[in-house]
Design a protein around this ligand. Structure first.
Ligand code: ASP
Length: 328
């Protein structure tokens, strides 16, 4: 009797271990297959593609020439990859990651410090094709690229936003994705230089899909824990099948007026041009003291870049135009 019981128990254990192992193998195969699918998904159906970048609105004359030159080079590269069929989501992520790594913008490596002398970064990304979105807020320098963490959340989670240490833990758990969480070179961080320079990117790919993303260190000497509009979907970032929007400026106004979504709503419900929709959304916050700028793009490839500050570092490129950068 005892022998029979032990045999049944062993069989059960064997089955459970086997099915667990099978589940693990299957899951990792599935992830690998999905990753491969993402990698080989290319857009070449149409001729038209457009990409717009901003490097923050404001009036501080900080490394303006260097930033404009950097943007032009980046745009030239983005033009090549969009031409080759890269998706808008991938290119938006790539462009923002490059700006985070440059150290000359207030995002990623160049992020400004808060009142406690600590860096707290916010970022978000949205895929207009399927309305998926990912965001992180108040993450520390353990996350080298907040935009990559945001994209990771978009790709792997049914949740949209993770904050602080728990965002860092979530990213760490998804070990199969390449997110550098232990950066060595953090020399770009400062609490005096670079007070403006949030970065954002929007793109239309050759499938006709739109995507948007934004990344920032927030305001210099901000109160620890303060989160701006950049990681908030609908405030600092928004994309659907008709428009893509990234904002920069005094985040509290962009949050309260849900500016990024307002551009999309004005465009769709009022049938405005993208230029009028973006201008009207910005005009709503101005009388209340809201300053900043918007980059917006529609699915026909029309661009709008209004700002109510002295300048906004920005640039664009398309299948028919060469990289252009402007400040004022
Ligand atoms: N919007 C950002 C924030 O409020 C800052 C900026 O764009 O300059 O955190």
């Amino acid at each position: 009797m005892k022998t029979i019981r032990v045999t049944i128990l062993s069989l059960c254990l064997l089955f459970a271990t086997g099915s667990f192992a099978f589940h693990l193998t299957f899951s990792s195969k599935k992830v690998a297959a999905e990753k491969q699918l993402v990698e080989i998904e290319k857009c070449t159906q149409r001729e038209k593609f457009v990409l717009v970048i901003h490097g923050g609105a404001g009036h501080k004359e900080y490394k303006l020439k260097e930033r404009a030159a950097f943007i032009k080079d980046l745009l030239a590269h983005c033009k090549r990859v969009l031409h080759d069929g890269e998706t808008s989501l991938e290119v938006v992520h790539f462009a923002i990651k490059e700006m985070e790594d440059s150290g000359i913008f207030n995002a990623g490596k160049g992020s400004i410090k808060n009142k406690d002398g600590v860096v707290e970064m916010d970022a978000s990304i949205m895929d207009g094709k399927n309305m998926r979105a990912g965001a992180v807020a108040s993450v520390s320098i353990k996350i080298k690229n907040p935009i990559t963490a945001a994209k990771l959340i978009l790709e792997t989670s049914d949740n949209v936003m993770f904050v602080g240490e728990n965002a860092e833990k979530y990213v760490k758990r998804i070990g199969s994705f390449d997110v550098d969480i232990n950066p060595k070179d953090r020399s770009g961080h400062s609490d005096t230089a670079n007070p403006h320079g949030t970065v954002g990117c929007i793109a239309l790919d050759r499938c006709g899909n739109l995507a948007a993303g934004t990344s920032t260190g927030g305001f210099g000497r901000k109160i620890p824990g303060r989160v701006g509009d950049s990681p908030i979907i609908g405030a600092g970032t928004y994309a659907n099948d008709r428009v893509a929007v990234s904002c920069t400026g005094h985040g509290e106004y962009f949050i309260r007026w849900a500016v990024a979504h307002d551009v999309a709503a004005l465009y769709s419900y009022k049938n405005l041009t993208i230029a009028d929709a973006a201008k009207q959304a910005l005009d709503k916050i101005e009388p209340h003291g809201g300053t900043g700028g918007i980059i917006a793009l529609d699915s026909a490839g029309n661009i709008a870049t209004p700002f109510n500050t002295k300048g906004m570092i920005r640039g664009s490129v398309s299948n028919t135009s060469e990289p252009r950068a402007a400040i004022y």
